[in-house]
Design a protein around this ligand. Sequence first.
Ligand code: ADP
Ligand code: MG
Ligand code: ZN
Length: 478
Amino acid sequence: MSNYEAVIGLEAHVQLKTKSKLFCGCSTEFGQEPNSQVCPVCLGFPGSLPVLNKVALDYSIKVGIALNCRVQEFTKFDRKHYYYPDLPKNFQISQYDLPISKNGFLDIEMGKRIERISIRRAHLEEDAGKLIHKDGLSLVDYNRTGQPLLEIVTEPDINSPEEAYEYLTTLKSIIQYLGVSDCDMEKGSLRCDANISIRRKATKELGTKAELKNMNSFKAVRDALQFEIDRQMELLNNSEAVIQETRFWDEKSGKTFSMRSKEEAKDYRYFPEPDLPPFVITQDKIEEIRETIPELPKAKAKRFMQEYGLLEYDVKILVSSKDNADYAERCFKAWPDKNKKSVANWLIGPVAALANSRNKNIADLNIPVENLLELIDFVETQQISNLTAKSILEEIIDTGKSASQIIREKNLIQISDESSLGSDIEEVVKENPESVEAFKTGKEKAIMFLVGQVMKKTKGKANPKVVQEIIKRRLNNE
Ligand code: ADP
Ligand code: MG
Ligand code: ZN
């Protein structure tokens, strides 16, 4: 590989979260009965006429601005023709030479290095239907037909599967912040085709590319690209040619397979959509939409670091989702102490772990902010141990009870006062002469075993720090 480099360009299809489809009033709701959300327009009946969904246009402009694109003042739609059963009109309304946005970029962070990925264009188009192959039958569901997609195309600027992964992660997070799509690859609201070729380093000319399809997670995109790099490298090493084609990623075998030779633009017989006028996007309109763009993840991360004195690493995790960032900020604002580090630690530690194990976002755990802060305060003031706090946290989520209520009901307050711990410690010292001896002969670690025994006796309620202090003092004085 060393004399060669991978060249990758990504085409991401983002399903815009509008209530109705791109050119008709049909609902876009997910998971409804097949073919219940259709009408003459999206089914392409003769004589029906498309009307552009204004919200879809606004959302596309919003994404264009956020991706640093030049939003075009003059834009139009074109027909892209192909025949397939999921496309009842036999053409797709898309945009050919005048997309809504052009020439943008997205900066991604590869460790300490910032890579700028150029965005070639972002254009609006309608989705096709869904084919379902089942019990020897092929069925089609046209509910998805005509739903708005924004296709975001990069320049061949990406040089590794890891960069592709980071680009997609960053893109998804920005689009979610904008609130224009769920970007859920599992539900198909984000789909990605990856184009890849290999070339000699320091050359300008592009190699022959393969286009990869059917990856349904970012990890799959990364794996498919890595497989494809290896495959193409081997061809080149054997002096064989890479064929320009579309390849299909098979998750099970972890391989790509040839699907069909790649069609070219001329195969699609593009021509301007005669039923829709060209659209003029005024500067005022662009400015108006710019105003609605919220603080984006990078800016938010910077502000969190400055305002709340947090570290870059912690902040990055918190701002990866807008909901999580908003939740975290509500916690920070309600935490009286100037130092928000302990709250951040809780969020990215135990709370995130719990959210993960339940396949949820931190924010979706719906822990009332005051409950969480109360719990953290109990730990900070050493009234309960970290371990106890974690189990209380689960109970808060499951029962909705407050931390203090659970602590009261279960009598969980940590025992820190010496007089109540004295007899348990005395017993443990008597029962474990070897560990006591080991400690006295300089084995510092032996004390941890003794502390553990006291914790056991008190059913985890003793304050381990205090116990350790008392044992040390007791043994050193002996
Ligand atoms: P096509 O007409 O085959 O769809 P495009 O020129 O529209 O190709 O490009 C589609 C995507 O493929 C873009 O993201 C682009 O950056 C990328 N791309 C184009 N040529 C190459 C290449 N030789 N190697 C890798 N990626 C490429
Ligand atoms: Mg293309
Ligand atoms: Zn319709």
